[in-house]
Design a protein. Structure first.
Lengths: 306, 349
């Protein structure tokens, strides 16, 4: 497979991760101890976090029925955008800003799942990577090297960042104010990305601002039948997964395990949900600073053997 | 399993159910691809003194075509392999057409607005990098939307400002409201006082159908949801797509401090994946023409957008006094969209 071209600032050892953590400029420093995972600056100028492989407990015993059963899931290493895709970043690939709340550093919203997937392909092509989505069928090749939406498992794994409580900072929703733009503090609008505290892995806005599309079809009972390794969701369905809460969400919706579904808006010219955006992921490679098969944070993220 | 002796009654029952369903939906079973076949409506439309103009994709090139409202006498109006004609609108006197044209290739590609005589002669450039033109009620001016970007863009809402072009002088006059942004599918009310249009992610709106003062700066959200409004000939009715699957009509009331739409009712309904779009009132308000066709699970622009291929789409005519009484008047599925009634030609002075 063709390696990514022109990729710069690739971090090659764990000590550099500490430096990279210090370079997480617009986010305040994470509260969790230990070094942040390395970050990568892509040719598009979008910062991504190298998420290590590992096991984690997916779901919540205290949440909605669709969050149960809690089950162990393995996720391979991958790169995830540190922040939600902004209107400026979206505008580099797609003319016509669909966002209700305008601002170059605010997250792009009013994007359907199909719009988000299409952006992923455009971003892949712009960087010489193999697009993940078949544009004629909307099928996703998760093995391709290009950008795609995160699987639901990847999203929750990255959001939890080795934690097991309702939020990465614990289960007290009063602390959400420091970590998320949500109903209580957002003043009925989105805000520039990365202006609340990041999670322990340096990811911003995982609990608010805009809800984020995942690659998976949404099904309430999926956790009962989900495979243990790299689950990719049900084969087909009417709704796709949304994660992460938004500017109009209450604290419960912002929990790490909260999940819901929304119509994906295939060929919908008038998609108008101003609380929905996305971020991208792609496969990790050796050029991203370490052996992608090695679970750097296994001790943190897994509490039992596979 | 049905007992052999029960087969006859069962078949009769099935036929009866089918007949009821046909009556309820206006569609014959299996006719989903080409529409209903209401012979009564087709006969009713035979003497109707108007034609319908629309965009169609022929051998990879968009052309304008014209057809009678009962589906007879189809004809191609343009034959221009170097230009893609789209979004036609007939003048109120039935003698002229304004339309968009996608021209050039690659970085030089641009969408322009033209007008021409109904016979295809006298093609005149109205504006470069412009789109979605409509006529003034007196037919002496054309309003159009400016393109938002220098670079070509298919997005229907990628527009900035309304401009009015005077046919007699060739002069262009920008609308007094300079905040106009991200409108699409503009139409002019018969009294000349209002523009109706959809806005998407512009002017502080998320998505709405707006009434905009034609000569002032007032803007009102009609609060009816959906997109692509068309004002009826008496100015008292509006038709629009309330969703991908429903065309709706309502009564426009401009008498109060803010315009409102009352007495809403569905004109045409459809079921996934067949979309209904682009409704346009006949000059007497008795019929609505519209386009109808499938959507697909795929990435990219929606088929209802101007200039986006829409395989399987056809032009239909519905009885505006009933619900779901309609016929398809094209059947080739050649991306037939954006129909507009051509009124009978009025005698000149």
């Amino acid at each position: 497979m063709k390696a990514p071209r022109n990729e710069r600032a690739t971090v090659c050892s764990w000590w550099l991760a500490v430096v990279a953590g210090a370079l997480v400029s617009s986010c305040e420093k994470a509260e969790a101890p230990g070094p942040l995972p390395p970050t990568v600056m892509t040719p598009s100028g979008i910062e991504m976090v190298a998420i290590p492989a590992g096991w984690f407990q997916m779901g919540s015993r205290n949440g909605k029925p669709d969050e149960r059963p809690v089950h162990r899931v393995w996720v391979d290493a991958f790169l995830m955008d540190r922040c939600e895709i902004t209107q400026q970043q979206y505008g580099k690939r797609v003319l016509g800003n669909p966002s209700h709340f305008k601002g170059p550093d605010r997250p792009v919203e009013q994007v359907s799942w199909a719009d988000a997937a299409w952006f992923c392909n455009k971003r892949s092509r712009a960087e010489g990577l193999q697009p993940c989505y078949n544009e004629a069928t909307a099928e996703c090749n998760v093995g391709a090297g290009g950008y795609r939406l995160p699987t639901e498992a990847e999203w929750e794994y990255a959001c939890r960042a080795g934690t097991v409580a309702d939020y990465p900072f614990g289960s007290n929703p009063r602390r959400l104010n420091d970590h998320a733009w949500f109903k209580a503090n957002a003043a009925k609008k989105t805000h520039p990305v990365g202006t609340r505290k990041p999670n322990p892995w340096g990811l911003c806005d995982m609990h608010g601002n805009v809800a984020e599309w995942c690659n998976d079809v949404y099904e309430t009972g999926y956790y009962a039948v989900s495979p243990a390794r790299n689950p990719t969701g049900p084969a087909d369905g009417e709704r796709y997964v949304l994660r992460g809460g938004a500017w109009n969400s209450g604290p419960d919706t912002c929990r790490s395990a909260f999940r819901t579904g929304e119509a994906p808006g295939f060929q919908d010219a008038c998609f108008s949900r101003d609380a929905i955006g996305f971020r991208c992921v792609r496969k990790a490679s050796d050029r991203d600073g370490r052996n992608p098969a090695k679970p750097v944070h296994q001790a943190q993220v897994g509490d039992a053997k596979p | 399993m049905t007992h052999p002796r029960q087969t006859g009654p069962a078949v009769l029952f099935a036929v009866a159910v089918g007949a009821v369903l046909m009556a309820a939906t206006g569609a014959a079973p299996g006719a989903e691809a080409t529409g209903a076949n209401d012979d009564g409506l087709r006969q009713e439309l035979k003497p109707f003194p108007c034609r319908i103009i629309y965009e169609t994709l022929r051998k990879g090139n968009w052309e304008l075509a014209i057809i009678n409202p009962d589906g007879s006498n189809p004809a191609t109006l343009t034959r221009t392999p170097d230009s893609n004609e789209l979004y036609p609108h007939a003048s109120p006197d039935g003698t002229k057409i304004c339309f968009s044209a996608d021209e050039g290739d690659g970085a030089a590609k641009v969408r322009n607005v033209y007008w021409m005589n109904l016979d295809g002669t006298g093609r005149t450039l109205v504006a470069k990098n412009a789109r979605q033109a409509c006529w003034s009620p007196d037919g002496k001016a054309i309003a159009y939307l400016g393109g938002e970007f220098d670079e070509f863009c298919y997005r229907d809402f990628a527009t900035k400002g309304i401009v009015v072009y005077d046919l007699a002088t060739g002069k262009r006059r920008p609308h007094p409201n300079h905040a106009i942004h991200h409108l699409y599918n503009i139409c002019w009310s018969p009294d000349g006082k209002w523009f109706l249009a959809t806005v998407h992610a512009g002017m502080g709106f998320k998505h709405a159908i707006l009434a905009i003062e034609a000569a002032g700066t007032k803007v009102h959200n009609l609060g009816i949801g959906g997109c692509r409004p068309d004002v009826g000939p008496n100015g008292k009715r509006v038709g629009w797509g309330v969703s991908d699957w429903v065309l709706r009509a309502g009564d426009l009331d401009f008498s109060g401090p803010t315009p409102t739409v009352v007495h809403q009712r569905d004109l045409v309904t459809s079921t996934k994946p067949i979309k209904v779009y682009h409704s346009d009132w006949s000059p007497d308000g008795r019929y609505v023409t519209y386009s109808r066709g499938p959507s697909h699970k795929r990435l990219g622009h929606a088929p209802e957008m101007v200039g986006i291929p829409a395989e399987g789409w056809n032009i239909c005519v519905a009885d505006a006094r009933a619900k779901d009484r309609w016929i398809a008047i094209t059947t080739d599925g050649a991306c037939n969209k954006e129909p507009d009634w051509v009124p009978p030609r009025k005698a000149g002075p």
